[in-house]
Design a protein around this ligand. Structure first.
Ligand code: BG6
Length: 488
């Protein structure tokens, strides 16, 4: 891997502390780092190189997945960190940074390969990108890359505007849009599951699949993020990015070759085939919910509107369920149900594929014992894959029962999403980063729903904290003769 400079904006922030430094450190321990690396942390706080290195050390000691085998390892890693104070609006600060970066490049004798990671609020993305260009930091004799986190825009118009501004400083190939769900091992594994297994691939279509259910439920509420969440809501926070990404990964068709361009092309095609929802379709296909008071895991919980710093009578969605149709030959007639919510009964991110049970009818009196085959892909907090089949019990007079085939990998110390994604970005592999096409098409699908919400044109269903969401979400599936599987 080529030697490089890693420039981190927002170096004193929470994400850097919890995820980015530990991720870099684990890559270092796994020898997945460039040969030589110069790291610059940037922020508005007054740090010296030494106090910054101390900050990084604490973050690693607290949050790292793996611990060092000896003190020297951690010291050697931290020694490559430097700090530079930077006000994102001041071009002089970038010019000062450029001098420091060049000096380190000369000291370490490394090429001008520069990766800029923007771990800052989205309002700074374009400003920083343009200042990188103007200051000369982005004019390198080597390569340059820009890593940014969600949210990418607040709606379709602002996402387009942001992309246009970013593209003045970076090409699409240079931009790595992080969606941390794409860094989850089981989400990445969907590709192999679908394409490397002829047994499953043969069934991966509307002839054999009855419906697909994608759930991302959380037990936490808005926590300390009321200011952000109350004008964002679940549709923007989870559906536009994470849930639609999981849907793309599940519904993509087999490419001619498995490579970054081909996978992203297949994902784009899924989004192009999503049936748009407008007007009356929104009422029929989208359920918008908000938690009221209840009990989560035995603990009393206030309703969303009573959370600190949430507007009285706020109609922000904390839950979304949707029925999505993909208008292509592979998926015609197969509903994809997605749902996400805060303050739900359990923390679970999973995909359940329900197969058609066309053979049931041949079992006359045992018909009722036969249940649909299910493929369950648990993404988090557990990572596993299970196939549920019908099997004849050796007891109970040959009663047909469900048995589980467990396809789980032996659980070891699995690298975290940020480790995987940063490593891919080092290598220049964009497979698990969101391409602009995917982002734009996601916003295009979401926008009419957002508009309907804003115009008060979609009912808000309340659900008790600690439940599986509003009843309307169950009715959405019941209307097609289905139910959410695995709801306890
Ligand atoms: C973030 C959302 O993108 O994902 C949060 O902004 C949410 O609201 C989080 O809690 C969930 O991520 P995970 O990995 O815990 O499922």
């Amino acid at each position: 891997m080529e030697s490089m400079t890693f420039v981190l904006f927002g170096a004193t922030g929470d994400l850097a502390k919890r995820k980015i430094y530990p991720a870099l450190y684990n890559l270092y321990l796994d020898k997945k780092m460039p040969q030589a690396i110069s790291v610059f942390g940037l922020g508005r706080k007054e740090f010296t190189d030494a106090t910054f290195q101390e900050h990084v050390r604490k973050s690693i000691e607290t949050f790292s997945r793996r611990k060092a085998e000896n003190d020297e390892q951690l010291e050697a890693f931290i020694a490559s960190f430097r700090y530079s104070i930077l006000d994102a609006t001041k071009i002089e600060d970038y010019e000062t940074l450029l001098k420091k970066v060049e000096k380190r490049e000369a000291e370490l004798n490394i090429p001008q390969n520069r990766m800029f990671y923007l771990s800052v609020g989205p309002e700074f993305f374009d400003l920083i990108a343009l200042n990188l260009k103007e200051s000369g930091l982005g004019t390198t004799a080597g390569w340059k890359k820009l890593l940014i986190e969600k949210p990418f825009g607040h709606d379709l118009a602002s996402a387009r505007e942001l992309n246009e501004r970013l593209s003045k400083a970076f090409t699409e190939e240079e931009i790595y849009r992080i969606d941390h769900y794409l860094g989850k091992p089981m989400v990445q594994n969907l590709e192999a599951l679908e394409f490397a297994n002829p047994v499953l691939q043969a069934l991966w279509n509307n002839k054999h699949i009855a419906n697909v259910q994608i759930t991302a439920s959380e037990m936490v509420g808005v926590e300390e993020r009321a200011g952000y969440y109350d004008h964002v809501g679940a549709l923007r926070d989870m559906v536009q990015n994470h849930l639609l990404q999981m849907l793309m990964m599940t519904a993509m068709q087999t490419p001619e070759k498995v490579g970054q361009d081909q996978i992203r092309e297949q994902k784009r095609k899924v989004m192009e085939a999503l049936r748009p929802v407008n007007g009356q379709d929104i009422h029929e296909n989208i359920i918008r919910g908000q938690y009221s008071s209840g009990e989560v895991n035995g603990q009393a919980s206030v309703g969303y509107r009573d959370e600190p710093n949430i507007k009285e009578n706020s109609s922000t969605d904390t839950f979304i369920a949707a029925r999505i149709w993909i208008d292509n030959d592979l998926w015609e007639g197969v509903p994809f149900y997605i749902r996400t919510g805060k303050k739900m009964k359990e923390k679970s991110t999973r995909i359940v594929i329900e197969f058609k049970d066309t053979l049931k009818e041949i079992y006359e009196e045992k018909k009722e014992q036969i249940v649909p085959n299910l493929l369950i892909i648990e993404i988090s907090p557990n990572e596993n894959i299970k196939l549920l089949l019908n099997s004849k019990s050796p007891f109970e007079n040959g009663k047909i029962e469900q048995v589980e085939i467990d396809l789980t990998h032996a659980q070891k110390d699995v690298p975290e999403a940020y480790e995987r994604l940063i490593f891919d970005a080092f290598k220049g592999d964009s497979t698990f980063f969101a391409h602009w096409n995917e982002v734009e098409l996601s916003w295009e699908w979401v926008q009419p729903v957002l508009d309907a919400f804003e115009q008060g044109d979609a009912p808000l269903h309340f659900y008790p904290a600690g439940s599986n969401g509003p009843e309307a979400s169950d009715e959405l599936l019941a209307a097609n003769g289905f139910k959410w599987w695995l709801d306890s």
